[in-house]
Write a protein that binds this ligand. Structure first.
Ligand code: CTP
Ligand code: CA
Length: 226
């Protein structure tokens, strides 16, 4: 048994992918969210499905949908919804990819009516959201592999490696913010892959489809534990 059914092929393997932004409601008409397009998650979902994998994609609102028709899509809004869907699927999965840009905080209470404009300023009480990758990382079994993402603006490598350890990832994909042609909304990206054993790989600026293929290739560097 390995992470592949045969060289580079994922037939019979179940893959969970979280992708896109989460939306945290403030009131019936407003929410907190972020700029994630879901393009990287969609490219990874297609790459696995095109190589025979059974892909379960937990997808935030407005995130790009993959093109492979065999991919099962679970639409979600909030971080809590995303956690529910992902944790229902987790125990049956072989590979989990946490590509979603999960909002770190959500409004403490959701107002039942539209909040009216009053006064010159306003304060919103926020509470920390569940960390999906961290929670499921604690449940990871020896045959399962977890792949995480990081986007940093300073101490990039140090912070990415700290997340790799803290969240029990086997590989973390660091998105480069500093290179032109990389990041949110774009069709290209530049990444560094860091592995549990200290190895790393750095890509050029490439189309997200090719970055996805590189990430799948990176799985070959993850030791098989059973
Ligand atoms: N992640 C998650 N659930 C969260 C927050 C993050 O599953 N509530 C996952 C992301 O999908 C990503 C990884 O954890 O794979 C790292 O996300 P990131 O936002 O970089 O890390 P945080 O732990 O939230 O740290 P910070 O934003 O403070 O840098
Ligand atoms: Ca975060």
């Amino acid at each position: 048994i390995g992470h592949f059914s045969k060289n580079g092929i994922f037939a019979g393997k179940k893959i969970l992918i979280t992708s896109g932004p989460t939306q945290e409601a403030i009131d019936p008409v407003r929410f907190i969210s972020n700029h994630s397009s879901g393009k990287m998650g969609a490219a990874i979902a297609d790459a696995f499905a095109d190589k025979g994998g059974e892909v379960y994609l937990v997808l935030g609102v407005g995130a790009k949908k993959p093109s492979n028709p065999n991919i099962k899509i679970y639409p979600v809004k909030s971080a809590r919804d995303m956690y529910q869907s992902a944790s229902n699927l987790h125990s049956q999965m072989d590979i989990c990819v946490f590509a979603a840009a999960v909002a770190d905080y959500a409004p403490k209470d959701i107002a039942s009516e539209k909040i009216k404009k009053e006064g010159e300023g306003m304060t919103l009480d926020l509470v920390k959201n569940v960390d999906i990758a961290l929670s499921l990382g604690k449940l990871k079994k020896p045959h399962q592999i977890h792949i995480g993402f990081a986007l940093e603006t300073e101490n990039e490598e140090f912070n990415a490696k700290a997340k790799l350890t803290k969240k029990n990832f086997d590989m973390i994909v660091l998105n480069s913010m500093k290179d032109t042609g990389a990041g949110f909304q774009l069709d290209t990206n530049k990444v560094s892959l860091f592995f549990e054993d200290g190895r790393s790989l750095i890509s050029n600026v490439l189309p997200k489809k090719q970055i996805a293929e590189l990430i799948l290739e990176g799985i070959k560097n993850i030791p098989v534990k059973i």
